[in-house]
Design a protein around this ligand. Structure first.
Ligand code: ZN
Length: 146
């Protein structure tokens, strides 16, 4: 093998293979040597990448549990935010709503009205319900009067 062929082989294996095939075709002695060395005219196909191992049932279960935990965590965050906002609207302790005598915020005193209600939260969350209740009471009052 001459230096030029060796350099081509190193720089561009595909071109070198082609060049080598031409030389083998033109030289019976080289062809016999190539046959002995098991050189083929066609390059061997690239081996297919090993298939990824299928996820086991255990892996699937773990993935489902992780998804469910993430959903529950998201829901908990949303519910805590909603509860805290409603507590502010009612002037209640956002940590315990007055249920926990060991609460560091209210000492168990934080029922609705414990603090001044947050006016914006009150108008958003409570006022519509109070208004509706007042409307029902008005209707009931009219029905009772002759
Ligand atoms: Zn509290």
């Amino acid at each position: 093998m001459d230096v030029e062929l060796l350099q081509t082989l190193l720089a561009n294996p595909a071109a070198a293979r082609e060049q080598l095939q031409e030389r083998i075709a033109a030289d019976p002695q080289l062809a016999m040597f190539a046959q002995m060395m098991n050189l083929r005219a066609e390059p061997e196909p690239e081996p297919a990448p090993a298939p990824r191992p299928a996820r086991s049932r255990r892996d699937d279960r773990i993935a489902r549990v992780r998804d469910r935990v993430a959903e529950m965590r998201d829901e908990l965050v949303r519910l805590r935010a909603r509860t805290t906002r409603l507590a502010a609207a009612l002037g209640a302790c956002g940590r315990c709503w007055g249920d926990d005598t060991s609460c560091a915020t209210c000492g168990g005193q934080g029922i609705a009205g414990w603090l001044d209600p947050d006016p914006l939260a009150f108008h958003e969350l409570v006022a519509p319900a109070v208004s509706r209740l007042a409307d029902r009471t008005d209707d009931t009052d009219h029905e009772e009067q002759p």
